[in-house]
Design a binder for this molecule. Structure first.
Ligand code: PLP
Length: 442
């Protein structure tokens, strides 16, 4: 929506959004997806309120094509990691402009393997007690792998508008042990990469990205998740593309790729890009199939995850467009309202979901608001984890706090999150607005 469209009434805005409707055929959408699309208003008919969640946190991105590829794959009998995972990795790397992509069974595993690879690689020279600067708003498994590999977490506050790591507070947190910055692109919103990269260059720090919430977001012309030394991605149910469970590591660094491929599967050499087989003779196989070089895991995806990935990736532009349309309406309804603050997206967000931080009349009245939304069958959740430091998981981690965590505390106390998806949410967003406006006037 252009800035001039902001002055339109709600009905006119919806009309405008409808006119920008998406060309389904272009994205090979099948009848099931069309079915969900056409029948969605029925699902959300207010009269049926006793039966359905009116506004869910997450929705399926699957249609009949996904069902078909699963059944076809089942019939082949090849279910463990194979050609389909490899194909998805190649498509994903091409799409995001990364040299290498390594698929694993979740975004959390992507974080684990990525951080394990970087900290184990001799060339990065990590030592126990070295530090990584992280935002206090993130996911548990954004942080725990660092701790598991002996790296101390240094938590800093977030920017109150973008909800991303506050780049202006990074330099105060740097010590002679700081080795890296973890950039978590929160809820689809890319961090201030240029500023953070400058800090990294000046202080010789590595930039690592957790892009699990922000598939398809862009910073200038580059995709978030292709800018740091390595990045993690998630394909869990609520995410932009869905492969049941699934995750990916992207990097341009061949050593990180090789270590990740080994760590993903037991720490063995068998999946190395540099073939360790001269030929396929039984003796070669005997000597080389069971060689272990790293303290690995088994976090392999399976062929269903792989084929679903390729199928879903084709539709990502369409999913992103649907999410953006919803975001335009969300902004037109909630931006600049005195009773809430919304996330400021200075670059191209992929709008994982919509955060609202209550303010003005509604500040410190979150329970009242959540109860009202619950009564109206609108699902809510905290913004990511709220202030992560309040979770007792931290008792198991070596960490320190740099500065005051004021903004994340406000998110923790006054913030909540409603869902976004590729499906048109105009009825839901209008209802949400009606409820909040009414509560604001009470
Ligand atoms: C920022 C962030 N990192 C990592 C993850 C973990 O991804 P997964 O659920 O695929 O393990 C999530 C989960 O949503 C997340 O929000």
């Amino acid at each position: 929506m252009k800035s001039s469209d902001r002055n339109l009434g709600i009905k006119e805005k919806i009309q405008l959004l409808a006119e920008k409707s998406i060309n389904l055929k272009k994205y090979n959408l099948n009848s099931d997806t069309d079915y969900y699309f056409q029948n969605f208003p029925r699902l959300v008919n207010v009269k049926e309120k006793d039966r359905e969640t009116f506004y869910p946190l997450a929705q399926s991105t699957w249609g009949s094509e996904e069902h078909k590829v699963i059944l076809d794959q089942l019939k082949t009998g090849q279910l463990t990691m194979g050609k389909n995972v490899e194909k998805f990795e190649k498509n994903f790397a091409d799409f995001f402009g990364s040299k290498y992509a390594i698929m694993v069974n979740s975004g959390s595993s992507a974080n684990l393997i990525m951080i394990a690879a970087i900290t184990l690689l001799a060339k990065f020279n990590f030592k126990k007690g070295d530090e990584v600067i992280v935002p206090a708003l993130g996911w548990s498994t954004s942080f725990s792998p660092f701790s598991q590999y002996g790296i101390k977490l240094k938590f800093i506050d977030i920017n109150s508008s973008t909800l991303n790591i506050d780049e202006n507070k990074i330099e105060d947190a740097i010590s002679n042990k700081t080795r890296a910055i973890l950039a978590i692109n929160i809820l689809g919103n890319p961090v201030e990469f240029n500023k953070i990269k400058k800090i990294c260059k000046k202080n010789k720090l590595l930039l690592i990205e957790d892009n699990c919430e922000s598939l398809g977001a862009r910073y200038n012309s580059k995709y978030a998740g292709s800018i740091g030394l390595a990045s993690s991605h998630s394909f869990f149910f609520s995410h932009h593309i869905q492969t049941i469970e699934g995750g990916m590591i992207t990097t341009n660094d061949k050593d990180i790729c090789e270590y990740s491929r080994s760590l993903r599967a037991h720490g063995w050499t068998r999946d190395s890009l540099e073939k360790n087989f001269k030929d396929n003779s039984p003796l070669e196989k005997f000597h080389n199939s069971f060689k272990f070089i790293l303290p690995g895991y088994n976090v392999r995806p399976n062929e269903f995850n792989g084929i679903l990935g390729t199928t879903q990736l084709k539709k990502l532009p369409y999913f992103l467009k649907g999410r953006k349309n919803n975001a335009n309406l969300f902004l037109s309804l909630f931006d600049k309202k005195n009773y809430c603050k919304v996330q400021e997206c200075l670059h191209e967000s992929s709008w994982y979901g919509f955060s609202l931080i209550l303010d003005g009349n509604l500040k410190n009245k979150r329970d009242l608001v959540l109860n009202e939304l619950f009564k109206n069958r609108i699902e809510t959740r905290p913004v990511v984890t709220g202030n992560f430091l309040k979770n007792s998981a931290c008792n198991f981690m070596n960490y320190e706090i740099s500065g005051i965590l004021k903004n994340v505390e406000d998110v923790d106390r006054n913030g909540f999150f409603v869902g976004n998806s590729h499906i048109n949410l105009e009825n839901q967003l209008l209802r949400l607005s009606e409820i909040l406006e009414k509560l604001n006037k009470k």
